[in-house]
Design a binder for this molecule. Structure first.
Ligand SMILES: O=C(O)c1ccccc1NCC(=O)[C@H](O)[C@H](O)COP(=O)(O)O
Length: 220
């Protein structure tokens, strides 16, 4: 946590990058298990990395998992489960994810189109919602910023939930993102990479410095 702002570093594929994120004070470390992601790690690979990490909270990131896939992840030692899905996904499927891992550990990441809204039926199923940039052909990791005004509206409308701002965040825009959205929890991925799946530790440190500077400036 940096001055009250929690942050997750996502797309970790090595122990060195996970340790760098931990050393920067990341509250959550994200491992992407989605095969189509350039940051995908196998479950056993993520487990090997996690076994060597201090006790930071680890997030399994996936896309519309089957019951068996989620069961394997749930037994894999993760603390939270970030699930990206299309809004048209049947409510019974989403309820099944929540029943499997628990609303307290489920992070729902709906693929909301611009101007889209979180479905009220989803709200009881998770305590955390991650709002990412929309892309017609991708579920995440696009490096594009999302609809910040929509994020702010959701956060203000449902203060009892945890809202994570994701999509295209980087050292260059994190101050503006915090000013614009009032986010208390952010997710960073490609904005601190050298190439997809490989974190640039200098960028990561710069991200944290800019986050701190933004909080200091907001208090003046
Ligand atoms: O990062 C990916 O490759 C990815 C692929 C499919 C689903 C989710 C994915 N990432 C999940 C995340 O939480 C990312 O941090 C988030 O999408 C923001 O990524 P970026 O725009 O690169 O900051």
């Amino acid at each position: 946590m940096i001055d009250g702002i929690r942050f997750k570093v996502c797309g970790l594929t090595s122990l060195a990058d996970a340790m760098a994120a931990d050393n920067c004070g990341a509250d959550f470390l994200g491992f992407i298990l989605y095969p189509k992601s350039p940051r995908c790690v196998a479950l056993v690979q993520a487990q090997a990395i996690m076994s060597k990490l201090p006790d930071r909270r680890k997030v399994a990131v996936c896309v519309e998992p089957t019951t068996d896939e989620l069961a394997r992840m749930e037994q894999g030692g993760f603390d939270c489960f970030q699930i990206h899905f299309r809004p048209e996904t049947q409510l019974a499927v989403i309820r099944g994810w929540s029943e499997r891992v628990g609303a307290d550990r489920l992070w729902l990441a709906p693929k909301l189109p611009p101007g889209g809204h979180v479905n009220a039926d989803w709200l009881p199923l998770a305590e955390t919602f991650l709002l990412d940039a929309f892309h017609p052909n991708a579920f995440g990791g696009t490096g594009q910023t999302g609809d910040w005004s929509s994020f702010a509206r959701h956060r203000e409308a449902h203060p009892g939930k945890t809202w994570v701002l994701a999509g295209g965040l980087a050292p260059e825009n994190i101050a503006e993102a915090l000013r614009t959205t009032g986010a208390g929890f952010v997710d960073v991925n490609s904005g601190v990479e050298a190439v997809p799946g490989i974190k640039d530790h200098a960028k990561l440190k710069r991200f944290v410095v800019r986050l701190h500077e933004a909080r200091t400036a907001s208090r003046k």
